[in-house]
Design a protein around this ligand. Sequence first.
Ligand code: ADP
Length: 192
Amino acid sequence: MRLVLLGAPGSGKGTQAARLAKRLDIPQLSTGDMLRAAVSEGTPIGTKVKATTERGELVPDDLVVAIVAERISQPDAKSGFILDGFPRTIAQAAALDEILRAAHLRIDRVLELDVDEAALLSRILNRANEARSNGHARADDTEAALRVRLAEYRGQTRPLADYYREQGLLKSINGLQSIDKVASSLLEALDA
Ligand code: ADP
């Protein structure tokens, strides 16, 4: 099964993608994790995207499309995957469609975690505080970067819901429920 998980920063997308990946026995492909790994390893891509990601801005489409294209061609992604944090722009979604079409594949379902913005800001600032006290803070979990991430989401990523709704692929789930309830709602949406 080839899935896309859509959701704002702080919507619980990463948590749910990890659970779903385990449950369905397919890899979770998180572009955020891939970019953070590149930054911490100091690869050429990491050096290129460090400042952009730290400000909370999106990195260029062509760069992230190339990373995903390479990743989904790996053997473990042959029978399916969950994309977490990609696509984030209409151009990325179109590029993904093209890559899959060339391989005679397609996205089976797009799941969206719906969480209102008021809840997002407090959720993510709490997460940032917890991470800081554990020594695992993300460089983009400052209030300033978070506001940029939310603005990027609003402007660039939210239109993807309509893009996929028009294709009949979108299922929207209330992301304000408990973690377990969101997880079961996602599984139900897949069965539906
Ligand atoms: P979150 O959803 O919590 O904001 P992610 O871990 O998904 O965080 O992404 C972190 C950062 O990595 C983004 O703010 C952006 O700078 C970069 N990034 C991740 N995925 C993409 C993408 N598909 N396109 C452009 N930039 C991306």
